[in-house]
Design a protein around this ligand. Structure first.
Ligand code: FES
Ligand SMILES: [Fe+2]
Length: 392
């Protein structure tokens, strides 16, 4: 059985200069106990991505999401406002919605038929005061709406803060948007849209969610794991992004737009000429992996299923309505195929690291003082969340 370490012990071994530091201990990757602790003390303390907005394809829609054992409900009301609630009825605690559905503006509990509007307000309480009496003078309906989860939306994705005490979402992402602003304005980023085809995929990975983050943060593995990609966007064209409180990442100076039959996808207007081949690949901790380019933007969010199982949800979006037309379908399909192939190559790496986490011969390993700085930054971030949650 793996040794266990306190949060303070973990921080002590991780929070050293990179050449002397060692990483998170094995038990943080393999035990059911630390999986739930990750939810409550690591993922839950930040802003985690749990869905894409277009998982709710129209107004008056409700989407149940199981997030690390927590039943959540994402709603889109008639004016397209997105909200997130705990997916549980306020009466006797029935799990409320169990499948994505178009609604008539209400969600009805299947047990005693209490109904909730998509803003969480409790509207209907049939027979609560006896047969045929749908009110009771001592029952204060306004106190029994759905329980809201703090949520926000950005780049077509839905984020939640489960602990309810993270910084405001805009402040949380501000250092990252500042780096994005060197390439695009927020208005230009709003033009990235997803299409019905050539846009979505999921990958099931037999590894802990943190290994997928760690792998994404470094380009050290490019020549061995992605030989094709390394030919067009080689390891020495990569650079580290500025670190920030809730993220890190890398970028490439050698992004080449895909060309099919002499055609390329439309670019963001006014993308600075000097940055034409620049792409940024940040991770917004805890679980959002982003790739921004002049003609496409992808988000991969990690849905942890168990200590050694993660689903990667990928959505690629393209610039403006024009890019969504049939004319560009082949380019969209090839873009998605090419990312799927790169991400599939990474599956091998993270699954083999997961296997290595069962070895008592591994005690957190070491970091390259040059190539692993973003990975080390993530380990420090995790360790700090654990210590902060311990002392909370
Ligand atoms: S448990 Fe939902 S209406 Fe009774
Ligand atoms: Fe990779």
């Amino acid at each position: 059985m793996a040794a266990t370490h306190t949060a303070t012990e973990i921080l002590r071994r991780v929070d050293q200069p990179v050449a002397q530091a060692s990483g998170l201990p094995n038990e943080r990757y393999i035990s059911d106990e630390t999986f739930i602790a990750d939810r409550d003390n690591v993922i839950g303390t930040g802003w985690a991505c749990i869905a894409f907005i277009d998982d709710l394809p129209e107004a008056n829609y409700a989407l149940p999401v199981d997030f690390m054992g927590l039943p959540l409900l994402v709603t889109r009301d008639k004016s397209d406002t997105i909200r997130v609630f705990h997916n549980v009825c306020s009466h006797r605690g029935m799990h409320l919605a169990d499948a994505p559905c178009k609604t008539n503006g209400m969600v009805r509990c299947p047990y005693h038929s209490w109904t909730y509007a998509l803003d969480g307000t409790l509207r209907g309480t049939p027979h609560i005061g006896g047969v045929g009496k749908h009110d009771h003078p001592e029952f204060e309906r306004e106190k029994h709406g759905l329980k809201a989860v703090r949520s926000s939306t950005w780049l077509g994705a839905v984020f939640v803060n489960l602990s309810n005490d993270a910084a405001e979402f805009e402040d949380y992402i501000a250092p990252l948007t500042k780096q994005f602003n060197e390439l695009t304005t927020p208005e230009q980023r709003d033009r990235f849209k997803s299409a019905p085809q050539g846009c979505r995929t999921t990958l099931e990975v037999n590894s802990n969610w943190k290994l997928a983050v760690e792998n994404y943060l470094e380009s050290y593995h490019l020549p061995s794991v992605h030989p094709e990609l390394n030919r067009v966007s080689p390891i020495d064209a990569h650079f580290e992004l500025d670190y920030f409180d809730n993220g890190a990442g890398q970028g490439s100076l050698n992004y080449t737009r895909l060309s099919v039959d002499d055609q390329m996808l439309p670019m963001v207007d006014d993308w600075p000429e000097e940055h034409a081949t620049r792409a940024l690949y940040p991770v917004l901790y805890p679980n959002t992996l982003i790739g921004i380019h002049s003609d496409q933007l992808f988000i991969m969010y990690l849905q942890p299923i168990g200590p050694d199982k993660t689903v990667e949800h990928v959505r690629v979006s393209y610039v403006g309505d024009e890019a969504l037309s049939d004319q560009y379908k082949k380019l969209r399909d090839e873009t998605l195929t090419s990312w799927t192939s790169v991400f599939s190559e990474d599956v091998f790496a993270v699954e083999r690291m997961q296997k290595g986490r069962s070895s008592p011969g591994y005690k957190g390993g070491a970091f390259s003082p040059v190539m692993d700085n973003p990975t080390h930054h993530f380990h420090q971030w995790v360790a700090k969340q654990l210590v902060n949650s311990d002392s909370a």
